[in-house]
Write a protein of this length. Structure first.
Length: 318
């Protein structure tokens, strides 16, 4: 039996409602360094707006170029100084020596920034094959092991429910993930996905590998369907046909696209909650609106269930 709620929620009764009420929803959010001062003001506004959800952490992506590294370093340190939310700086192997990576990491650690997202990183030019820096870490597993020797970092690594674009097959991709975990990773943050079954299958697959660390699903609320579709093609994320159908005819209406994207992301999180997942990592693209809308709807949903249960018990009299 289901209960209909204005706004598109359909509430299964019984055990699922009780589980949702007991488990605390937890969120984290990804940002990237802004290109100019105006964009940085907008990104900071988004970050401060999302503080209302008491995030577990913010993460900041890392650019391979020298100027981009400085922007990442500056933004990470600004969050540490001006926000109470813990911050995780991304580090990548691309075009960097071990000494360069270690210096950045230790500088962060000395300033109280102990969370890192360790990534191999993408090549600068599409179509090029990744080659480690001659004096650098070979890959994310190698970096994770090296950083763990430097200091007691909390390290997140990437997981790919639909395998990394450079992986030849799922087995090799899982082997690579296992190496990162064995090197000392504390959690896995997944690439975004749009089908809950893909994530759940991935969760089963890594469990068979003996991986027991936290698995954090990456959620990408769709703000612009064409842009996300192109990005998905590049990173190997499949977009279900029903999602494409949802966005048909909305190409010239960004507000409608945002409404659709918010509903899709909210429903995806709810389906994962039903499977025991209660913490989610949002890719914000430096815009708070959709992530804020999704998290607000999820909190409202939980409060609705709580009120509903209290009414059923006679604790609230109307």
């Amino acid at each position: 039996m289901t209960t209909a709620l204005a706004g598109g929620f359909f509430l299964p009764s019984g055990k699922f409602e009780t589980k949702i009420m007991k488990e605390e929803l937890k969120f984290s959010f990804e940002f990237f360094p802004s290109k100019n001062a105006e964009d940085e003001v907008a990104a900071w506004k988004s970050l401060k707006k999302l503080e209302s959800f008491d995030p577990q952490f913010y993460s900041v992506t890392f650019g391979a170029g020298g100027g981009e590294r400085i922007k990442t370093d500056s933004f990470v340190k600004k969050i540490k100084k001006e926000s109470n939310v813990p911050v995780a700086g991304h580090l990548t192997c691309v075009d960097m020596s071990k000494d360069e990576i270690n210096d950045i990491a230790l500088n962060w650690f000395e300033k109280g920034i102990k969370r890192i997202v360790a990534l191999r990183g993408d090549v600068r030019n599409p179509g090029e094959q990744y080659k480690p820096h001659p004096d650098g870490y070979k890959n994310a597993a190698d970096m994770t092991a090296g950083l763990k020797k430097l200091a007691n970092f909390d390290i997140s690594v990437a997981g790919y429910p639909e395998i990394h674009p450079d992986s030849k097959n799922k087995e090799l991709d899982l082997d690579n993930l296992k190496r990162k975990v064995d090197a000392g990773a504390d959690r896995i943050i997944t690439q975004f996905f749009f089908d809950e079954n893909i994530f759940l299958k991935f969760r089963d697959d890594i469990a068979k590998q003996g991986i027991k660390i936290q698995l954090l699903p990456g959620i990408m609320p769709i703000q612009n369907y064409k842009r996300v579709k192109n990005f998905s093609n590049k990173c190997g994320t499949s977009v279900p046909a029903w999602i494409e159908k949802e966005f048909e005819g909305s190409e010239d209406n960004p507000d409608v696209q945002k409404m659709i994207g918010s509903s899709i992301a909210t429903d995806l999180v709810k389906k994962l909650q039903k499977e025991g997942v209660n913490e989610f990592h949002f890719y914000t693209l430096n815009k708070y609106e959709l992530s804020y809308a999704v998290c607000s709807r999820l909190k409202s949903y939980k409060n609705f269930l709580k009120t509903k249960k209290e009414k059923e018990k006679g604790e609230i009299r109307i």
